[in-house]
Ligand binder design. Structure first.
Ligand SMILES: [Cu+2]
Length: 147
């Protein structure tokens, strides 16, 4: 680097170079596995915390029908609350057919909370959007029950 302006007056070379900026924000939130305290308020990135609330985003942007995240890990017998937020342009829902639970239709911009108790048997259980065609377009995920 070339120092352009060398002003003789200042005592400190106050170089507060802001290198740490949130560069990419718009895309999907990475399902972080960090167990540290969540830095900012609001968004819950942790998967299975003690509170047992998990947020799932339903999106259909640019024809990409999907849930984010599309994989949830819970413990056998754990009761969790799935907060399904519809950020898409059309209505969605979320159902776990094997467990017989579903949110019912969620309009765009709305959200619904689905409380369920994980089976005591470890395994993998599908969750889907039951709106016709959406599962085929990719709107599905896996609920993983494991110790
Ligand atoms: Cu859908």
């Amino acid at each position: 680097m070339v120092v352009v302006a060398a002003c003789g007056g200042s005592s400190q070379p106050s170089s507060t170079s802001s290198t740490s900026g949130p560069s990419s924000s718009a895309s999907a939130p990475a399902p972080s596995t960090s167990t540290g305290p969540s830095a900012s308020s609001g968004s819950s990135g942790s998967q299975t915390s003690a509170s047992g609330e998990i947020e799932i985003i339903a999106t259909d942007e640019a024809g990409q029908f999907r849930f984010v995240p599309d994989r949830i890990e819970v413990r056998p017998g754990q009761t969790i609350s799935l907060r399904v937020v519809n950020q898409g342009a059309s209505a969605h829902d979320l159902a776990v057919p094997d467990l017989g639970v579903e949110t019912g239709q969620i309009d765009p911009g709305q959200e619904a909370t689905l409380t369920l108790t994980a089976p005591s048997t470890p395994g993998q259980y599908r969750f889907i959007c039951t709106i016709p065609g959406h599962e085929q377009l990719g709107m599905r995920g896996t609920l993983v029950v494991q110790r």
